[in-house]
Design a protein around this ligand. Structure first.
Ligand SMILES: N[C@@H]1[C@@H](O)[C@H](O)[C@@H](COP(=O)(O)O)O[C@@H]1O
Length: 234
């Protein structure tokens, strides 16, 4: 695991954007794994600026998002679909059909998980997976206790995760209690994983990631077993 301690959020975003742009320049039809949350927003802004300057293009890039809430319509302001449109996809030259996000409104959620996993396999492996870090060590929405062998599945969100995400909703009751997420094994199949963690809220989780054991109680710890992980933290 390569650790890069950054001095600012701006630096974290710039270095992460460098990984993405280097990949797209070398492989214009790269498959990217993307994350939501506040942490990757700076990275997405950097990528938008690069596209506007015509330094990179997304015209052949394929994207797979980590997760989506169950039961929120795509147009809901807090759906991850909406989030990605606003923070990246509407502002870069990516064709709509090259964007993939689990459908949290599918009638048969199990079938949706299988469909999503199959799509990743067909288009994969993911060349570069961006990850945020939950305060409880979750990656995607894989909460503590999730099997390291898991593939795309439906999860019940931990109370701490619903509390952490309540700031985006009018009240905690409005935060969905389920989500679809890529599994831990799905994430581990990526060629390169870049984990982003920044700010006081994340210090304890970063410390546990670096110093703790590999343990299903702390999902991010599995990353220590991956041959090509970069942690950008500060
Ligand atoms: N499902 C997402 C995760 O993928 C993300 O990593 C986490 C941290 O978010 P933030 O970057 O806002 O701290 O939030 C959500 O729970």
């Amino acid at each position: 695991m390569k650790k890069i301690n950054v001095k600012s959020y701006e630096e974290l975003s710039r270095i992460a954007a460098g990984f993405v742009s280097d990949l797209i320049l070398a492989k214009p039809d790269a498959t990217l794994g993307l994350a939501t949350g506040s942490t990757p927003v700076g990275l997405y802004n950097q990528l938008i600026a690069m596209v506007q300057k015509r330094d990179i293009r997304f015209s052949q890039v394929k994207t797979f998002n980590l997760d989506e809430y169950v039961g929120l319509n795509r147009s809901h302001p807090q759906s991850y679909f909406r989030f990605m449109q606003e923070h990246l996809f509407e502002k870069v030259d990516i064709p709509f059909y090259q964007i993939h996000i689990p459908n949290g409104e599918a009638i048969d959620l199990q079938e949706e998980c299988q469909r999503y996993e199959r799509l990743i396999e067909e288009n994969g492996p993911i060349d570069l997976q961006i990850l945020g870090l939950g305060v409880n060590g979750h990656i995607g929405f894989n909460e503590p206790g999730t099997s390291f062998n898991s593939r795309t599945h439906v999860v019940s969100l931990a109370p701490s995760t619903r509390e952490a995400n309540a700031r985006f909703f009018s009240s905690i009751e409005d935060v969905p209690d389920q989500a679809i997420t890529m599994g831990i094994d799905t994430i581990m199949r990526s060629r390169h994983i870049v984990l982003l963690a920044y700010g006081d809220r994340k210090q304890e989780a970063i410390r546990r990631l670096f110093d703790g054991d590999v343990d299903e109680d702390f999902p991010a710890s599995i990353l220590k077993k991956h041959p090509n992980v970069t942690v950008l933290y500060g």
